[in-house]
Design a protein around this ligand. Structure first.
Ligand SMILES: [Zn+2]
Length: 241
């Protein structure tokens, strides 16, 4: 069985935008890559005549198509309200449930410590995703999870994208086009600004490539989670978790 990665994102197009090339590269390397999308992205338009319900439905379908193009193992929609994400116990509980279901070796999410990050959902999902790691690991967090048969799991590695101080680069020289194609499936977002977006993403990938010896790359902050004393008393049921 291949290694499992789980990306935790705020909005339907975040994965493709920030680390779509890496997702494809990981799939090609044999990883099972899952995606959790916290909000429906139902405020992501400048058009006041579009209802939030119809936009949410459109964006879910766009995500499914993009996910198929990327080769994702699955997408889990949490259905939260766009623009109203908070790193609170409710979101942490939902994410801990996902972690115990998917049991990832690698967690991929926003860098919540990025300076001057303007989008509140991007800050919130980064903190919640990181905080939920501990709740997934210890049995006395959210005991309903254990009652549902979801045993604790330990995530050992975190990759933060949109990172303030990147130190880990993924070569996307051969997957950048797939990233753009998948991102392009989010048609509701790109009616007028697609060319500028594609150009800036290419420049960003080339810049990250120069920092890492690749033609194109995506940059991350990589964290290996230190195993504390609690590890001694817990033996995970499944290898890798
Ligand atoms: Zn976003």
């Amino acid at each position: 069985m291949g290694r499992v990665a789980l990306a935790v994102c705020a909005h339907p197009d975040d994965l493709e935008f920030f680390c779509g090339g890496s997702a494809v590269a990981m799939v090609r390397d044999g990883w099972n890559v899952w995606l959790t999308i916290a909000t429906d992205g139902d405020r992501g338009t400048h058009d006041p005549t579009v209802s939030r319900e119809s936009l949410a439905a459109i964006r879910r379908e766009e995500s499914r198509k993009a996910g198929q193009m990327l080769g994702l193992s699955g997408i889990i929609f949490l259905g939260k309200e766009d623009g109203e994400l908070y790193a609170d116990s409710s979101l942490r509980r939902d994410l801990a449930r996902v972690y115990r279901q998917v049991r990832p070796d690698r967690l991929i999410t926003f860098d919540p410590w990025r300076r001057y990050e303007l989008h509140p959902d991007h800050r919130a999902i980064g903190f919640a995703a990181i905080d939920a790691r501990l709740a997934a690991r210890l049995p006395h967090y959210y005991s309903d999870l254990l009652r549902d048969g979801l045993e604790p799991c330990t995530i050992k590695e975190i990759l933060l994208f949109n990172a303030d101080a990147p130190d880990y680069y993924v070569d996307i020289s051969s997957t950048f086009d797939a990233k753009l194609s998948a991102l392009g499936e989010h048609r509701s977002q790109w009616e007028t600004i697609w060319d500028d977006t594609a150009r800036s993403l290419r420049q960003e990938a080339e810049s990250a490539g120069r920092s890492s010896g690749h033609a194109m790359a995506e940059a991350f902050k990589r964290i290996f989670v230190p195993m504390g004393p609690v590890s001694a008393g817990w033996r995970p049921r499944e290898e890798g978790c």
